[in-house]
Design a protein around this ligand. Structure first.
Ligand SMILES: Nc1nc2c(ncn2[C@@H]2O[C@H](COP(=O)(O)OP(=O)(O)OP(=O)(O)O)[C@@H](O)[C@H]2O)c(=O)[nH]1
Ligand SMILES: [Mg+2]
Length: 266
Protein backbone atom coordinates (compact mmCIF):
# COMPACT_ATOMS: atom_id res chain seq x y z
CA UNK A 1 0.00 0.00 0.00
CA UNK A 2 1.43 3.41 -0.99
CA UNK A 3 1.15 5.88 1.89
CA UNK A 4 1.58 8.90 -0.44
CA UNK A 5 -1.40 8.43 -2.76
CA UNK A 6 -3.21 5.70 -0.84
CA UNK A 7 -3.48 3.18 -3.70
CA UNK A 8 -2.77 -0.53 -3.39
CA UNK A 9 0.67 -0.37 -5.02
CA UNK A 10 4.08 -0.05 -3.33
CA UNK A 11 5.60 2.90 -5.20
CA UNK A 12 6.35 5.53 -2.52
CA UNK A 13 9.86 5.67 -3.99
CA UNK A 14 8.48 6.94 -7.33
CA UNK A 15 6.52 9.69 -5.59
CA UNK A 16 9.52 10.83 -3.59
CA UNK A 17 11.59 11.08 -6.75
CA UNK A 18 8.87 12.72 -8.78
CA UNK A 19 8.31 9.91 -11.24
CA UNK A 20 4.95 9.18 -12.69
CA UNK A 21 3.18 5.99 -11.81
CA UNK A 22 0.34 4.57 -13.77
CA UNK A 23 -2.90 2.84 -12.97
CA UNK A 24 -3.94 1.51 -16.38
CA UNK A 25 -4.02 4.56 -18.64
CA UNK A 26 -3.48 7.16 -15.92
CA UNK A 27 -0.03 8.61 -15.26
CA UNK A 28 0.31 11.21 -12.51
CA UNK A 29 3.45 13.37 -12.45
CA UNK A 30 2.35 15.60 -9.59
CA UNK A 31 2.51 13.27 -6.60
CA UNK A 32 6.11 13.94 -5.51
CA UNK A 33 7.02 16.55 -2.87
CA UNK A 34 7.47 19.25 -5.55
CA UNK A 35 4.04 18.56 -7.01
CA UNK A 36 5.45 18.56 -10.55
CA UNK A 37 8.01 16.85 -12.75
CA UNK A 38 10.93 18.35 -14.68
CA UNK A 39 12.96 15.89 -16.75
CA UNK A 40 16.50 15.57 -15.43
CA UNK A 41 15.88 17.51 -12.22
CA UNK A 42 15.44 16.08 -8.73
CA UNK A 43 12.39 16.94 -6.63
CA UNK A 44 14.70 18.63 -4.10
CA UNK A 45 16.23 20.87 -6.79
CA UNK A 46 12.80 21.82 -8.15
CA UNK A 47 11.70 22.78 -4.63
CA UNK A 48 14.85 24.87 -4.06
CA UNK A 49 14.38 26.72 -7.38
CA UNK A 50 10.71 27.32 -6.68
CA UNK A 51 11.44 28.64 -3.19
CA UNK A 52 14.06 30.97 -4.65
CA UNK A 53 11.81 32.35 -7.41
CA UNK A 54 8.66 32.58 -5.32
CA UNK A 55 10.58 33.97 -2.32
CA UNK A 56 11.86 36.89 -4.42
CA UNK A 57 8.41 37.41 -5.87
CA UNK A 58 6.84 37.43 -2.40
CA UNK A 59 9.29 40.14 -1.30
CA UNK A 60 8.12 42.42 -4.13
CA UNK A 61 4.49 41.46 -3.46
CA UNK A 62 4.84 42.53 0.20
CA UNK A 63 6.25 45.90 -0.94
CA UNK A 64 3.38 46.34 -3.41
CA UNK A 65 0.87 45.46 -0.70
CA UNK A 66 2.37 48.07 1.65
CA UNK A 67 2.28 50.71 -1.09
CA UNK A 68 -1.34 49.90 -1.99
CA UNK A 69 -2.40 49.92 1.67
CA UNK A 70 -0.63 53.22 2.35
CA UNK A 71 -2.51 54.75 -0.57
CA UNK A 72 -5.88 53.20 0.34
CA UNK A 73 -6.02 51.38 -3.02
CA UNK A 74 -8.19 48.32 -3.63
CA UNK A 75 -6.27 46.06 -6.06
CA UNK A 76 -7.97 43.12 -7.76
CA UNK A 77 -6.09 40.48 -9.74
CA UNK A 78 -8.39 39.09 -12.48
CA UNK A 79 -7.42 35.57 -13.48
CA UNK A 80 -9.01 33.12 -15.91
CA UNK A 81 -8.39 31.09 -19.03
CA UNK A 82 -7.96 33.04 -22.29
CA UNK A 83 -11.15 34.58 -23.59
CA UNK A 84 -13.39 34.17 -20.52
CA UNK A 85 -14.33 37.84 -20.82
CA UNK A 86 -11.95 39.69 -18.47
CA UNK A 87 -11.48 42.73 -20.69
CA UNK A 88 -15.16 42.86 -21.67
CA UNK A 89 -16.09 42.79 -17.97
CA UNK A 90 -13.58 45.56 -17.26
CA UNK A 91 -14.78 47.76 -20.13
CA UNK A 92 -18.36 47.61 -18.85
CA UNK A 93 -17.36 47.96 -15.17
CA UNK A 94 -15.09 50.95 -15.80
CA UNK A 95 -17.84 52.81 -17.67
CA UNK A 96 -20.08 52.20 -14.65
CA UNK A 97 -17.46 53.15 -12.04
CA UNK A 98 -16.07 56.25 -13.73
CA UNK A 99 -16.45 59.40 -11.66
CA UNK A 100 -16.97 57.41 -8.43
CA UNK A 101 -13.30 56.82 -7.59
CA UNK A 102 -9.86 57.01 -9.27
CA UNK A 103 -9.39 54.03 -11.60
CA UNK A 104 -6.46 52.33 -13.35
CA UNK A 105 -5.81 49.04 -15.12
CA UNK A 106 -2.69 46.94 -15.61
CA UNK A 107 -3.08 44.57 -18.57
CA UNK A 108 -1.04 41.39 -18.92
CA UNK A 109 -0.72 39.44 -22.19
CA UNK A 110 2.12 37.58 -23.86
CA UNK A 111 1.90 39.89 -26.89
CA UNK A 112 -0.11 42.86 -28.26
CA UNK A 113 -1.41 46.03 -26.68
CA UNK A 114 -4.99 45.22 -27.71
CA UNK A 115 -6.43 45.02 -24.21
CA UNK A 116 -4.80 48.24 -22.93
CA UNK A 117 -6.15 50.03 -26.02
CA UNK A 118 -9.65 48.70 -25.30
CA UNK A 119 -9.38 49.96 -21.71
CA UNK A 120 -8.06 53.41 -22.74
CA UNK A 121 -11.05 53.74 -25.07
CA UNK A 122 -13.22 53.90 -21.91
CA UNK A 123 -11.19 56.91 -20.72
CA UNK A 124 -9.40 55.00 -17.95
CA UNK A 125 -5.58 54.90 -17.80
CA UNK A 126 -4.03 51.53 -18.63
CA UNK A 127 -0.53 50.06 -18.84
CA UNK A 128 0.11 47.02 -21.01
CA UNK A 129 2.68 44.51 -19.81
CA UNK A 130 3.76 41.96 -22.42
CA UNK A 131 5.34 38.88 -20.90
CA UNK A 132 6.77 37.37 -24.12
CA UNK A 133 7.11 33.66 -23.47
CA UNK A 134 6.11 34.22 -19.83
CA UNK A 135 2.78 32.84 -18.71
CA UNK A 136 1.94 35.16 -15.78
CA UNK A 137 2.51 38.60 -14.30
CA UNK A 138 4.87 38.80 -11.33
CA UNK A 139 5.10 41.24 -8.45
CA UNK A 140 8.23 42.97 -9.80
CA UNK A 141 6.38 43.87 -13.03
CA UNK A 142 3.51 45.28 -10.97
CA UNK A 143 5.92 47.37 -8.85
CA UNK A 144 7.21 49.09 -12.02
CA UNK A 145 3.70 49.60 -13.37
CA UNK A 146 2.59 51.14 -10.04
CA UNK A 147 5.43 53.68 -10.27
CA UNK A 148 4.35 54.69 -13.78
CA UNK A 149 0.63 54.77 -13.04
CA UNK A 150 0.82 56.88 -9.87
CA UNK A 151 -2.85 56.07 -9.21
CA UNK A 152 -4.54 58.59 -6.91
CA UNK A 153 -5.18 57.73 -3.26
CA UNK A 154 -8.25 55.61 -2.43
CA UNK A 155 -8.46 54.39 -6.02
CA UNK A 156 -9.39 51.08 -7.57
CA UNK A 157 -6.76 49.11 -9.51
CA UNK A 158 -7.67 46.20 -11.75
CA UNK A 159 -4.90 43.87 -12.85
CA UNK A 160 -5.88 41.63 -15.78
CA UNK A 161 -3.46 38.71 -15.62
CA UNK A 162 -2.30 36.64 -18.59
CA UNK A 163 -5.12 34.25 -19.62
CA UNK A 164 -4.02 31.05 -17.92
CA UNK A 165 -5.54 29.09 -15.04
CA UNK A 166 -2.22 27.60 -13.90
CA UNK A 167 0.83 29.85 -13.35
CA UNK A 168 -0.87 33.08 -12.17
CA UNK A 169 -2.13 31.09 -9.15
CA UNK A 170 1.41 30.81 -7.79
CA UNK A 171 2.43 34.46 -8.05
CA UNK A 172 1.19 36.87 -5.40
CA UNK A 173 1.17 40.38 -6.89
CA UNK A 174 0.36 42.16 -3.62
CA UNK A 175 -3.29 42.37 -4.62
CA UNK A 176 -6.17 42.67 -2.16
CA UNK A 177 -7.92 39.66 -3.74
CA UNK A 178 -7.88 37.36 -6.74
CA UNK A 179 -11.07 37.32 -8.79
CA UNK A 180 -11.36 34.09 -10.78
CA UNK A 181 -13.55 34.26 -13.87
CA UNK A 182 -14.96 31.13 -15.45
CA UNK A 183 -17.18 31.41 -18.50
CA UNK A 184 -19.91 28.91 -19.20
CA UNK A 185 -18.41 27.93 -22.57
CA UNK A 186 -15.44 26.33 -20.78
CA UNK A 187 -17.26 23.38 -19.14
CA UNK A 188 -18.37 22.79 -15.56
CA UNK A 189 -15.30 20.92 -14.37
CA UNK A 190 -12.64 23.67 -14.51
CA UNK A 191 -12.59 24.15 -10.69
CA UNK A 192 -11.69 20.46 -10.28
CA UNK A 193 -9.08 20.50 -13.06
CA UNK A 194 -7.38 23.72 -11.88
CA UNK A 195 -7.93 23.61 -8.12
CA UNK A 196 -4.97 25.82 -7.12
CA UNK A 197 -6.48 28.81 -8.86
CA UNK A 198 -9.99 28.31 -7.50
CA UNK A 199 -8.60 27.62 -4.03
CA UNK A 200 -7.02 31.10 -3.98
CA UNK A 201 -10.11 32.97 -5.24
CA UNK A 202 -11.58 35.75 -3.11
CA UNK A 203 -14.49 35.85 -5.55
CA UNK A 204 -15.58 33.62 -8.43
CA UNK A 205 -17.43 35.13 -11.37
CA UNK A 206 -19.28 32.80 -13.75
CA UNK A 207 -19.48 34.83 -16.97
CA UNK A 208 -21.40 34.58 -20.27
CA UNK A 209 -24.61 33.30 -18.64
CA UNK A 210 -26.50 34.86 -21.58
CA UNK A 211 -25.25 31.84 -23.56
CA UNK A 212 -26.70 29.22 -21.18
CA UNK A 213 -29.79 28.51 -23.33
CA UNK A 214 -27.47 27.47 -26.20
CA UNK A 215 -25.13 25.24 -24.19
CA UNK A 216 -25.08 21.96 -22.33
CA UNK A 217 -23.69 23.54 -19.17
CA UNK A 218 -25.00 22.41 -15.79
CA UNK A 219 -24.69 25.57 -13.68
CA UNK A 220 -25.59 23.85 -10.39
CA UNK A 221 -22.97 21.18 -10.97
CA UNK A 222 -20.36 23.85 -11.69
CA UNK A 223 -21.25 25.77 -8.52
CA UNK A 224 -20.95 22.51 -6.56
CA UNK A 225 -17.43 22.01 -7.93
CA UNK A 226 -16.47 25.58 -6.95
CA UNK A 227 -17.76 24.90 -3.41
CA UNK A 228 -15.81 21.64 -3.28
CA UNK A 229 -12.54 23.51 -3.89
CA UNK A 230 -13.36 26.80 -2.13
CA UNK A 231 -16.27 26.91 0.29
CA UNK A 232 -15.66 30.53 1.33
CA UNK A 233 -15.48 32.57 -1.88
CA UNK A 234 -18.74 34.18 -2.96
CA UNK A 235 -19.87 33.32 -6.49
CA UNK A 236 -21.64 35.73 -8.84
CA UNK A 237 -23.17 34.61 -12.14
CA UNK A 238 -23.26 37.36 -14.72
CA UNK A 239 -23.02 38.40 -18.33
CA UNK A 240 -20.55 41.13 -19.24
CA UNK A 241 -22.38 41.64 -22.55
CA UNK A 242 -26.07 41.60 -21.50
CA UNK A 243 -25.38 43.17 -18.09
CA UNK A 244 -27.31 40.54 -16.13
CA UNK A 245 -25.81 40.05 -12.65
CA UNK A 246 -23.49 43.08 -12.98
CA UNK A 247 -25.21 44.88 -10.06
CA UNK A 248 -24.13 42.08 -7.72
CA UNK A 249 -20.54 42.48 -8.92
CA UNK A 250 -20.69 46.25 -8.38
CA UNK A 251 -22.12 45.58 -4.89
CA UNK A 252 -19.19 43.28 -4.09
CA UNK A 253 -16.74 45.93 -5.36
CA UNK A 254 -18.33 48.59 -3.14
CA UNK A 255 -18.11 46.28 -0.14
CA UNK A 256 -14.43 45.55 -0.81
CA UNK A 257 -13.61 49.22 -1.37
CA UNK A 258 -15.37 50.18 1.88
CA UNK A 259 -13.26 47.61 3.75
CA UNK A 260 -9.96 49.18 2.61
CA UNK A 261 -8.67 51.66 5.22
CA UNK A 262 -8.18 55.16 3.76
CA UNK A 263 -4.79 56.39 2.56
CA UNK A 264 -2.23 57.13 5.26
CA UNK A 265 -1.87 60.93 5.59
CA UNK A 266 1.72 62.20 5.89
N1 LIG B 1 -21.94 36.01 -25.11
C1 LIG B 1 -21.01 36.59 -24.35
N2 LIG B 1 -19.79 36.83 -24.86
C2 LIG B 1 -18.88 37.42 -24.05
C3 LIG B 1 -19.16 37.80 -22.71
N3 LIG B 1 -18.04 38.35 -22.18
C4 LIG B 1 -17.12 38.33 -23.15
N4 LIG B 1 -17.60 37.78 -24.28
C5 LIG B 1 -16.92 37.56 -25.56
O1 LIG B 1 -15.83 36.67 -25.33
C6 LIG B 1 -14.74 37.00 -26.18
C7 LIG B 1 -13.48 37.20 -25.36
O2 LIG B 1 -13.67 38.33 -24.52
P1 LIG B 1 -12.47 39.12 -23.85
O3 LIG B 1 -13.07 40.15 -22.97
O4 LIG B 1 -11.49 39.59 -24.87
O5 LIG B 1 -11.81 37.97 -22.99
P2 LIG B 1 -10.46 38.01 -22.14
O6 LIG B 1 -10.67 37.11 -20.98
O7 LIG B 1 -10.10 39.41 -21.84
O8 LIG B 1 -9.43 37.37 -23.15
P3 LIG B 1 -7.81 37.34 -23.03
O9 LIG B 1 -7.36 38.68 -22.52
O10 LIG B 1 -7.36 37.08 -24.41
O11 LIG B 1 -7.51 36.22 -22.08
C8 LIG B 1 -15.16 38.25 -26.95
O12 LIG B 1 -15.65 37.86 -28.21
C9 LIG B 1 -16.28 38.83 -26.09
O13 LIG B 1 -17.22 39.59 -26.83
C10 LIG B 1 -20.47 37.53 -22.21
O14 LIG B 1 -20.83 37.79 -21.05
N5 LIG B 1 -21.34 36.92 -23.06
MG1 LIG C 1 -8.31 40.40 -22.13
Amino acid sequence: MCSVCGCGESHQHDHLHGKAHGHGHHQHYGLGPAGLHVTGMSQERIIRLEQDILGRNDGHAAQNRRYLQNHGILALNLVSSPGSGKTTLLERSLRHLQGRRPLAVIEGDQQTQNDAERIRATGVQAIQINTGKGCHLDAHMIAHALETLALEDNGLLFIENVGNLVCPAMFDLGETAKVVILSVTEGEDKPLKYPDMFHRAGLVLVNKIDLLPHLQFDLERCLGYVRQINAQAPVICLSATSGEGMDQWYGWLEQQAAAVPGAVQD
